[in-house]
Design a protein around this ligand. Structure first.
Ligand SMILES: Nc1nc2c(c(CN[C@H]3C=C[C@H](O)[C@@H]3O)cn2[C@@H]2O[C@H](COP(=O)(O)O)[C@@H](O)[C@H]2O)c(=O)[nH]1
Length: 364
């Protein structure tokens, strides 16, 4: 068979799936899980309790099976886009470019909120709601060409897009504008302003796409230093791949042969869940800092340990679940998504749950 008869797309898919036949660099790796284990092994202020991890694994597996939790759960949310086409690719890219730091020091009624379709949305869903609201108003907020066209996409228009239903502005508004403009420029320079071209460049490798985002887009390059070693978290790059995989049910733009290389997303909500499950523990001084709602600066060793041990804790949960049921259709992504949704369901009875840690940054 001559080379031009070879189905290169299938070849790339098989290469990514079986990690063979790729260039001598071997299949792409993100290094996130290995870095998380390094942080866990060297953590003195955050620990993981294996007894609780084993119990939590049973609880999570039972509940996920009862709910038939799967990739299709993602599209069931009323705000998430349903179309299996490029518009959803662009929506998810825009969403995960801005998917950070929604927490507020104000009360539940005074915090930034978006009123959309008769409901009041806060947190992550306030972002999804304001993007949908802009599209309803024919503002092309998910189009990379729009982000770089400062005549059309003025700061005033962006203030309308991010407008609040309360007196509080969305946290880090200026940083969000910078992320849009920078990503728009990078897409224009390297991918002809096409997110689909960016995805296709990764040739169905999840790790490859994560690495491409970290390499080409500074605002996705979520890294830190711990014990003098560079550590990668890549939270928004990874959740972008995971949201694509879920939204497209693992097909088309969401088809990745190595999707299980994606780890838990080191945000501020899942560590809170892992603590309330007894999986993750904080030393007294760190726990007091969190309970007093006092800030932990971005890059602080405590923050590195919280993020690294959360990633490693979900990996240990996943291993325990597979020990209970070897053919469980569960990976770190679905465990993570489930824990996030559980956290949102329980938001009303947060009284018995430790507050989430307060680190203000564009990384999560
Ligand atoms: N680890 C992890 N972090 C997640 C999500 C999501 C939403 N994912 C959707 C997709 C599938 C799921 O079913 C969800 O419907 C948002 N976040 C992060 O949480 C924080 C927002 O928290 P709050 O202010 O309370 O809304 C912020 O850092 C945001 O980046 C997740 O899934 N995993």
């Amino acid at each position: 068979m001559s080379d031009d008869e070879v189905d290169h797309e299938l070849l790339d898919l098989l290469r990514a799936r079986f990690g063979i036949g790729v260039a001598d660099t071997g299949p792409p790796e993100t290094k996130v899980l290995g870095n998380a284990q390094f942080i866990y092994d060297n953590s003195v202020d955050v620990a993981i309790d294996m007894r609780c991890t084993k119990v939590a694994a049973h609880l999570i597996l039972d509940e996920m099976e009862k709910r038939e939790y799967s990739t299709s759960t993602w599209s069931e949310h009323e705000l998430h886009p349903k179309a299996k086409d490029e518009s959803t690719v662009n929506f998810i890219f825009t969403m995960d470019l801005l998917n950070f730091s929604f927490w507020s020091e104000k009360s539940e009624e005074d915090r930034f909120a978006v009123i959309y379709k008769g409901k009041r949305w806060t947190g992550y869903f306030s972002l999804v709601a304001l993007l949908q609201r802009a599209l309803d108003q024919d503002i092309p907020i998910t189009s990379p060409e729009f982000w770089v066209n400062e005549e059309q996409c003025t700061d005033e228009i962006l203030k309308t897009v991010f407008s609040s239903g309360t007196d509080e502005e969305i946290p880090l508004f200026q940083e969000r504008v910078r992320c849009l403009r920078e990503a728009g420029r990078r897409l224009e320079e390297e991918f002809d302003s096409s997110v689909v071209a960016l995805i296709e460049d990764a040739k169905h490798s999840a790790a490859g796409l994560v690495n491409l985002l970290a390499e080409k887009f500074p605002c996705f390059r979520d890294e830190g230093t711990f014990e003098r070693k560079k550590v990668r978290f890549l939270k928004r790059a990874q959740i972008f791949v995971a949201d694509l995989w879920a939204a497209f049910d693992g097909e088309g733009y969401g088809e990745f042969g190595d999707i299980d290389k994606i780890t838990m997303f080191a945000d501020y909500r899942i560590p809170q869940m892992l603590h309330s499950l007894g999986v993750m523990w904080y030393c007294p001084s760190l726990e007091n800092r969190i309970r007093r709602f006092e800030a932990i600066e971005s890059g602080h060793p405590w923050e590195m340990q919280i993020r690294g041990c959360s990633i490693w804790g979900v990996e240990l949960l996943r291993r325990e679940i597979v020990k209970i049921k070897t053919d469980a259709k569960v990976n770190a992504i679905l465990i993570d998504f489930f824990l996030y949704d559980l956290a949102k369901e329980r938001e009303t009875d947060q009284a018995d749950v430790i507050p989430h840690h307060r680190t203000r940054s564009i990384w999560y």
